[in-house]
Design a binder for this molecule. Structure first.
Ligand code: HEC
Length: 317
């Protein structure tokens, strides 16, 4: 009962200690447990009430015990209570870290010279500073050995590792964020779910001009190999996202559709290629050849050989 810490320190310290332990032990994902599980709020409230109750009980026990004491003992007890709590260890520590002389003992370190009454004390370097200095020496030695002699790792390696880790993190993120696709990253979605979603979008937005089977009316035929604005997933995505040429009637759908939806409808449009619509509109534009399409090995060799003969031609001329 004669604890020195006052109640207004004891109660909050215990409260936050329990709170911290609770947060540490309850696995609640990203959010703190107190938000994730509302029951813990109730629990902490109970803890607080319990702590206050314990304080009150202790206080009344103290009172009762006090009444049973003799007059002399009461006085002694009060006197011991009146003593201010002293932070002895803290004071000692401060003293040993500064080694400052108290004003009364300054005479021991005062130096002889005296300039117009201004005198100098020859204090020792404060130990906190000296320890810090030693620590830098230790750090320096370890650093030297580790990075300049043993060659643990260097900035380049550290950089490369971080970039690699970041790339993995980006890939992870992209998997969850489908709307992150743009014209540079879009790929043909062969998933049945994506294609049927694309079909729904097509039916809802595009059939008025392209007809349900893609044969075309106001808009061009989407089933043939001829493209005005380029075929392939990237061009089609770009056309749908940014719209056709001015005044032709094909608006920029990025205002209405999300990037993931544009990717879906683009993929669906590409599945129409090669089908036979009821009333096909005459082809417009040019036959589109995918420049990224894998070429036959012989085809790649021939131009190389041509090049070689070309260069010899040039050399001979
Ligand atoms: C108001 C009529 C209209 C609507 C609605 C419309 N389009 Fe178009 N679309 C056009 C026209 C007109 C063109 C030709 C644009 C040009 O010549 O620049 C076109 C061009 C295209 C092209 C490029 C064809 C090529 O040959 O390069 C694609 C792909 C396309 N539309 C897909 C869609 C999709 C998908 C939708 C629905 C989200 C849609 N369009 C809605 C009128 C429309």
């Amino acid at each position: 009962m004669s604890t020195r810490t006052p109640w207004w320190i004891r109660v909050p310290v215990l409260f936050f200690l329990i709170f911290g332990l609770m947060e540490y032990f309850i696995d609640s994902g990203d959010k703190p447990a107190i938000i994730e599980y509302p029951i813990t709020q109730f629990f902490m409230l109970m803890v607080l009430m319990l702590l206050i109750a314990i304080e009150l009980i202790l206080k009344s026990i103290e009172n009762i015990m006090f009444q049973t004491l003799s007059e002399e003992a009461k006085e002694r007890y009060l006197a011991s209570k009146a003593k201010k709590p002293e932070w002895k260890w803290a004071k000692n520590m401060l003293k040993s870290l500064t080694k400052s002389k108290s004003i009364e003992r300054e005479g021991e370190v005062i130096m002889d010279h005296n300039y117009d009454g201004i005198r100098e004390l020859d204090n020792v370097l404060p130990p906190w500073w000296v320890y810090l200095f030693y620590a830098t020496i230790v750090f320096g030695v370890i650093y030297l050995v580790r990075f300049h002699i043993a060659g643990d790792y260097d900035q380049k390696l550290e950089y490369e590792q971080e970039v690699a880790a970041a790339k993995i993190a980006i890939e992870e993120y992209k998997k969850t964020a489908k709307d992150l696709v743009d014209v540079n990253t879009v790929e043909f979605l062969s998933d049945a779910a994506d294609l049927s979603a694309g079909e729904k979008i097509f039916v809802a937005n595009c059939v008025a001009c392209h007809t349900a089977d893609g044969g075309g009316s106001i808009g061009p035929n989407l089933t043939d190999e001829y493209w005005i604005l380029g075929g392939g997933i990237k061009n089609v995505f770009n056309t749908i996202s940014e719209g056709g040429r001015d005044g032709k009637g094909m608006i920029a759908w990025k205002q209405t559709l999300k990037p993931a939806e544009i990717a879906q409808v683009s993929s669906y449009v590409l599945t129409l290629v090669g089908t036979t619509p009821e009333n096909p509109k005459a082809p417009e534009g040019e036959i589109w050849i995918d420049p990224d399409a894998p070429q036959q090995p012989q085809e790649t060799e021939t131009p190389e050989m041509e090049q070689v003969s070309d260069s010899t031609d040039v050399a001979m001329n």
